[in-house]
Write a protein that binds this ligand. Structure first.
Ligand code: X3X
Length: 338
């Protein structure tokens, strides 16, 4: 009798384990059968479109899964963000990190090439590239590191230099302390452009500008308007377009594997749609945002693009861990679109 009981117990254990690992293949239709609460973290402010887009996607997923998948959104770095946010994903937390691809570069160096400076002429080029095999291969490498990438194209605009003084050449940036996000990609870019890169979380940036801890920052017009940078002393924007600001959406592969297939489909579809909607919206809004910033006294200055491109050229050398020829391959894909 005892032996029979042990066999039954082992059988139950095997079945329950199989059930968990097979979730990605199975379908459920009731939140009584499966319920998951995920915390989504990013650094954007309530007025910025990325925040609104994340909230809308979370709400749509909740409705379309009849309450089974609840994504609680936390803006302005209320939860771990930047590098620490991605670490939560890698640790297998019920967590979604929304950060730019440079923060995935710590796990898959090729993403530093994807997020390198002065690569893209338009939002559309980048979106198209993210759908090409070269980026699909990068996403597979990320999954091998425990990171499932649900999107890469929550684009929030080309990042420009924002200072009190007028900047048109790299020489104008000599001795200028510019706030950047904390990833190496930004620090290397701003340093190569001639400034003193000063990494700070976004939440400390505007006070650092006000107090003269930094002389300026770099960011998109959508950031400038959405976080009220324009209210401070940095009224000059140098149109460097040095980095295309974009965010990816990252979840643990282990957590993803526990989600039933039909819910996985809804989650993927909604995050993909959210990115497409945000890109289309910001493309239509940009000229109006520039006009509004100009009405607040912001001045947009053209720059010596060739001089900045020359200054940035050392950054197209492969870094440790990058796929050999990765830059040539990305440039080849972009040339095929032009
Ligand atoms: O990982 C996401 C981006 O790197 C955030 O860039 P950051 O820290 O310059 O913040 C952009 C602002 O729009 C946030 O409000």
């Amino acid at each position: 009798m005892k032996k029979k009981g042990i066999i039954m117990l082992i059988a139950l254990l095997v079945l329950s384990t199989t059930a968990v690992f097979a979730a990605g293949e199975q379908e459920v239709t009731s939140k009584e059968d499966f319920k998951l609460v995920l915390k989504l973290s990013h650094v954007f402010s309530p007025a910025e479109q990325l925040t609104k887009s994340m909230d809308a996607v979370a709400q749509s997923i909740l409705e379309k899964t009849d309450g089974a998948i609840e994504i609680q959104t936390f803006p302005q770095a209320q939860l771990p963000a930047y590098k620490e946010g991605v670490e939560q994903v890698v640790r297998g937390a019920n967590f979604i990190s929304v950060e730019d691809p440079s923060f995935i570069g710590d796990y898959v160096p090729d993403f530093k090439a994807l997020y390198a400076p002065m690569m893209y002429r338009s939002f559309d080029e980048y979106v198209e590239l993210t759908q090409r095999q070269i980026v699909l291969d990068m996403k597979e490498k990320a999954e091998a590191q425990g990171i499932k990438i649900l999107a890469l194209d929550y684009i929030y605009g080309f990042r420009n230099i924002i200072t009190s003084k007028v900047v048109t050449t790299p020489a104008d940036l000599e001795g200028v302390k510019l706030r950047t996000p904390g990833s190496k990609s930004y620090i290397d870019t701003i340093s190569a452009m001639g400034a003193i890169a000063t990494p700070l979380p976004w939440g400390e940036t505007l006070s650092a500008v006000q107090q003269g801890v930094v002389d300026g920052l770099e960011g998109s017009e959508f950031t400038n308007l959405g976080t009220k940078v324009y209210e401070g002393p940095t009224k000059n924007v140098a149109n460097t377009r040095h980095i295309l600001g974009t965010c990816g959406v990252y979840i643990s592969t282990d957590v993803w594997a526990t989600i039933p297939a039909n819910y996985q489909t809804i989650i993927q579809e909604e995050f993909s749609k959210g990115a497409t909607d945000m890109v289309n919206l910001l493309k239509s809004q940009h000229s109006g945002v520039v006009e509004e910033l100009e009405s607040y006294g912001v001045k947009f200055n053209e720059v010596d693009g060739m001089a900045f491109r020359e200054a940035l050229s050392p950054l197209y050398n492969e870094q440790e861990g990058m796929t050999p020829g990765i830059f040539e391959d990305i440039f080849s894909e972009l040339d095929s679109m032009r």
